[in-house]
Design a protein around this ligand. Structure first.
Ligand code: CP
Ligand code: NVA
Length: 303
């Protein structure tokens, strides 16, 4: 594994190895066991979109590993003035040991990896959010002690989260049921991947998707970059909400996840959000541990 560009590129074994290392790093952090395995390494963090969790967890994570994080807003880089990604990749490779990038086009992330000589980590594109889904899988395993055979239900937009959850969960042996309104389905590449699995379903009715689910997860109706569609989307996604009524159809011990930020009373009710806050904020915490594992795998010597 040279980069983390999208979960489609990873084998099941690679995903499980990252989760195992993330558990170990979490344990070491909780018990103040030093793990400065990236001493002297620098991670550049390019942001073309806003971020709270990704920015802070990567910056804290690389520091805890003994390295240094550089926050690079695309507006202040020459990228913002049109310098090609290919040139940025070659320049950054001369200074840094790894790049994390949050941007719009998946293709830009792929190009950065293609033209650069250092590991590239996708911190979210319109197509995928692999770091988040690694943290989600870690959280599911913490709460359920396994992944294989569990059913994940995703309600809402067929966006980057739906794409990455579908791929990640299927790869680790989970059943995946999505409920998305028509016109808001996941990316065709993801549907083509999922077509080989008989434990995947794309439905339009949330109640059917939630039936006997072990994990119920949702995401905002309008992702970053879709601000102009907010009103249309509010109409299209009416009823695609994680509420107490919906959860009656899931298993009684189902956990609820949300990558955050959440829009209360849109994709999730305030009541469900507060009731499941412990797991949702553990999920946010696990971004730190999962990403540290990714950085160690990509930027460090094999552990
Ligand atoms: N979940 C997530 O990626 O959060 P941020 O947008 O705050 O980074
Ligand atoms: N789908 C959301 C996820 C935010 C972490 C977005 O892309 O804005």
């Amino acid at each position: 594994m040279k980069h983390l560009l999208k979960l489609l590129d990873l084998t099941t074994e690679e995903i499980i190895e990252i989760l195992n290392l993330a558990d170990q790093l979490k344990y070491e952090k909780k018990h103040s066991i030093p793990h400065e395995v990236l001493k002297g390494k620098t991670l550049g963090m390019i942001f073309e979109k806003a971020s709270t969790r990704t920015r802070v967890s990567f910056e804290a994570g690389i520091y805890q590993l003994g390295g240094h994080g550089l926050f690079l807003s695309s507006q202040e880089l020459q990228i913002g003035r049109g310098e090609p990604i290919q040139d940025t990749a070659r320049v950054m490779s001369r200074y840094l040991d790894g790049i994390m990038i949050r941007t719009y086009k998946q293709d830009d992330v792929e190009k950065l990896a293609q033209y650069g000589e250092i590991p590239v980590i996708n911190g979210l594109t319109d197509f995928s959010h692999p770091c988040q889904v690694l943290a989600d899988l870690m959280t599911i395993r913490e709460y359920k002690n396994k992944l294989e055979g569990l059913k994940l239900c995703y309600i809402g937009d067929g966006n980057n989260m739906a794409n990455s959850l579908t791929v990640g969960c299927l790869k680790v042996g989970m059943d995946v049921s999505l409920a998305c309104p028509s016109g808001y389905h996941p990316d065709q590449k993801v549907l083509d991947f999922a077509a080989d699995y008989n434990n995947f379903e794309l439905l339009s009715e949330p109640v059917k998707a939630a039936r006997d689910a072990d994990v119920v997860i949702t995401d905002v109706w309008a992702s970053m970059g879709m601000e102009s569609e907010v009103n249309d989307r509010r109409q299209a996604f009416k009823g695609y909400q994680v509420s107490h009524d919906l959860l009656k159809h899931a298993k009684p011990d189902a956990i609820v996840l949300h990558c955050l930020p959440a829009k209360r009373e849109e994709e999730i009710t305030a009541a469900v959000m507060e009731e499941h806050a412990n797991v949702i904020f553990d999920e946010a915490e696990n971004r730190l541990h999962a990403q540290k594992a990714v950085m160690v795998k990509l930027m460090g010597n094999e552990r």
